[in-house]
Design a protein around this ligand. Structure first.
Ligand SMILES: [Zn+2]
Length: 452
């Protein structure tokens, strides 16, 4: 079971309960693995006492995305997992309404860490997150900020599972909605799906894929599809005659292989929704003298983008905050080349770099780039295999995605040649680049083997 442990901060009940910060840590096989967090710009003012309580001020959310802007990314991150929060009814309720405003149907299995803590640690005097953490000696930093509270709740959940491994199944609040199996599909095909990460295929009468998706838990994700009742889903369900799946052992390969499979089959119902996002990117370039600049371009025209976003505004927002954080001259980032003296250099006491004097600025540029792209681009990623007997490797060469391999556990792998017999070569493109870079940014402790 993949747990998504979530905490949100909001504008408060009297002010519409709009999200101001979202944070999620995922607990996979008892280990805290991936995380996703972001400040969120609410459509209303944050009342002063809430600003005081959470420390999230107006200024802090001014450059943040709105919930509608990041809703698809959040949904993609947590779909098919079990939603956990300290008082889950609150976080779940607020997020469900927020997703509804973004036109996304949100239904997740749920668990409440307060209820679980009451059962596993019945002698505690208080079950508020702060007091419980103090009593159980769980470090809690940044109280009342989503990231700090979500991380502490994740550690609490780890403790709860360590004390009672069967407690999750017993207390799960499954999706209430009725699961309706598509009328042309034999229910046994659904029942036989595995609860493991991989790709699933919805096939038509001729066994051609009409939809391909990836999931941390294939069966849960398909169940989620089958419990939605929108007109769009009903139409998709009428075209499902068979199911198929492919285990990938981990979510990274699920995402990489899904992307390749969609490009291969181009299923009707993927066309409608997939790959319209992440159309713009930030890229690095040098003039003849070697001064590094950052530009914004359409993803389709850049060979090796640094990071991709769904629109130009998000690219600007990212560059703006990067420039502030690392003191990057505004003249050296996209679209500001004709500005007078820039505010950033002025604020930092720097002289704006020139084509002759840019060495110090280059250093700041490289530091800024390494903050979101902390690798040289030549490595193997180690991930879970399809069974406990094997390990998965993903090969990246000069930031080009080369392929993957499932290798029996115990083989010593230090160079690409060691993988040879097991290697599946794959084609590289902007989508897989984005997937790999997102993985490296988000993964709490990626296991990498550096290559020369
Ligand atoms: Zn400057």
């Amino acid at each position: 079971m993949v747990l998504s442990i979530i905490d949100i901060e909001t504008t408060g009940g009297s002010n519409g309960n709009f999200v101001t910060e979202f944070a999620c840590f995922q607990l996979i096989n008892g280990e805290i693995r991936d995380n996703f967090s972001s400040l969120v710009k609410p459509p209303v003012a944050i009342p002063p006492f809430i600003q005081k309580l959470t420390g999230i001020t107006h200024e802090m959310v001014q450059d943040a995305p709105t919930f509608e802007e990041i809703a698809p990314q959040i949904f993609d991150f947590i779909k098919g997992t079990t939603f956990v929060a300290h008082n889950v009814a609150f976080d779940y309720g607020v997020l469900k309404s927020a997703f509804a405003r973004a036109n996304i149907t949100f239904n997740q299995d749920r668990l409440c860490s307060i209820q679980l803590a009451r059962k596993v640690f019945p002698k505690e005097r208080s079950y508020s997150l702060g007091k419980l953490c103090r009593s159980l000696k769980i470090p809690l930093e940044n109280r009342h900020r989503a990231y700090g509270d979500a991380l502490a709740t994740a550690k609490l959940m780890k403790k709860i599972i360590e004390n009672d491994s069967g407690i999750l199944e017993k207390n799960l609040k499954p999706i209430k909605k009725h699961v309706s199996i598509p009328s042309h599909l034999d229910p046994k095909e659904f029942e036989d799906l595995p609860n493991q990460p991989g790709i699933y295929y919805f096939l038509n009468e001729q066994f051609k894929p009409v939809y391909i998706g990836k999931a941390k838990n294939i069966k849960n994700r398909v169940r989620q599809h089958f419990s939605e009742n929108s007109a769009k889903k009903a139409e998709l369900k009428r075209n499902i005659y068979h199911l198929d799946h492919q285990l990938t052992g981990n979510e990274l390969l699920a995402e990489l292989i899904e992307s390749a499979e969609i490009k291969k089959y181009w299923p009707t119902y993927n066309k409608i929704q997939k790959y319209t996002s992440y159309a713009y990117c930030i890229f690095q370039y040098c003039n003849q003298s070697g001064a590094i600049r950052l530009g914004i371009e359409k993803n389709s025209v850049i060979k090796n983008p640094l990071i991709s976003f769904s629109n130009v505004a998000e690219c600007y927002r990212f560059l703006h905050s990067l420039s502030k954080e690392f003191g990057l001259c505004q003249k050296f980032i996209s679209g500001k080349s004709n500005a007078g003296d820039c505010v950033v250099c002025k604020d930092n006491g720097y002289v704006c770099p020139t084509s002759k004097n840019f060495e110090d600025h280059n250093k700041r540029m490289l530091l800024a780039i390494s903050s979101f792209l902390p690798h040289n681009g030549n490595f193997l990623i180690t991930e879970s295999g399809k069974t406990t007997e094997e390990v998965a490797f993903i090969w990246v060469k000069n930031w080009i995605y080369m392929g993957y391999a499932f290798v029996p556990k115990g083989l010593s792998i230090t160079k690409v040649e060691d993988l040879e017999a097991h290697l599946h070569l794959q084609s590289n493109n902007n989508d897989v680049q984005r997937i790999l870079k997102k993985y490296l940014r988000r993964k709490a402790f990626p296991k990498l083997i550096s290559l020369k």
